[in-house]
Design a protein around this ligand. Structure first.
Ligand code: B16
Ligand code: MG
Length: 213
């Protein structure tokens, strides 16, 4: 029996992917190359550092910067991203997300949030949904990024629930892989071709909540 439900943030609870994309695109353009929406798929669920490495590779600039310069590039991207996040409102919570979490809680299921983002606390505050979660693990609390299972195992531990009794909702291939490696049931939120390793794939949380009714 499922006792815990663990949610990813970006792409599952809120569509911040478009803001990450705009900020990364601006950085690519600043460095003199293009960065498409398709390229951006490779960055979903991936840590900030790894995202930068992938982006530089796309631009053929993977060997051009020192570690200190890379830190600067990440800071620039994050400051652009934060301009969007500071304007985020509750209307941007994805359809069905809040309702599903509340429904699960009513049924006695514990809820967790497991996100690679180091901006998660700010996002949760802007959306006013911090209290919906019994446990939160964000990018500041982990040493190994998804697809490593660390983030989900840590969340299950905080919830005091056996990983096998947890279900994960994820929009990124790296996150699905991490959930499976943690021994959890993985629900892909998005398109089937990208989330092939998931146990099941749903179009959106809204679709799921409608089916539950
Ligand atoms: P930040 P998630 C991930 O969040 C995003 O999907 C990914 O695109 C981003 O690079 C990563 O967080 C780090 O975010 O730059 O805010 O620390 O999907 O795991 O909730
Ligand atoms: Mg995500």
């Amino acid at each position: 029996r499922i006792e815990g439900a663990i949610f990813d943030l970006d792409g599952v609870i809120v569509d911040t992917a478009k803001y990450h994309y705009s900020a990364w695109k601006k950085l690519a353009n600043m460095l003199g190359f293009e960065f498409t929406e398709k390229d951006n798929e490779k960055l979903k669920g991936v840590s900030r550092k790894e995202s930068l490495e992938i982006l530089l590779k796309i631009g053929g600039k993977e060997n051009e910067f020192s570690e200190a310069q890379k830190e600067e590039l990440m800071d620039i991207k994050n400051s652009w991203y934060l301009e969007y996040i500071n304007k985020l409102t509750e209307d941007e919570i994805l359809p069905g997300a809040k309702e599903l979490i509340l429904t699960l809680k009513e049924q006695g299921i514990k809820t967790g949030l497991a996100t690679a983002s180091k901006n998660a606390m700010l996002i949760l505050e802007r959306l006013n949904i911090k209290d919906l979660f019994d446990a939160i693990v964000d990018g500041t609390q982990i040493s190994r990024a998804k697809p490593d299972p660390e983030i989900f195992l840590k969340c299950a531990q905080k919830l005091k629930i056996d990983p096998q009794k947890c279900v994960v909702f994820e929009d990124a291939a790296a996150g699905i892989k991490a959930a499976k490696l943690a021994g959890m049931f993985a629900v892909g939120v998005g398109s089937c071709d990208m989330l092939g390793e998931a146990d099941i794939v749903i179009c959106s949380l809204d679709q799921l909540i409608k089916e539950l009714k």
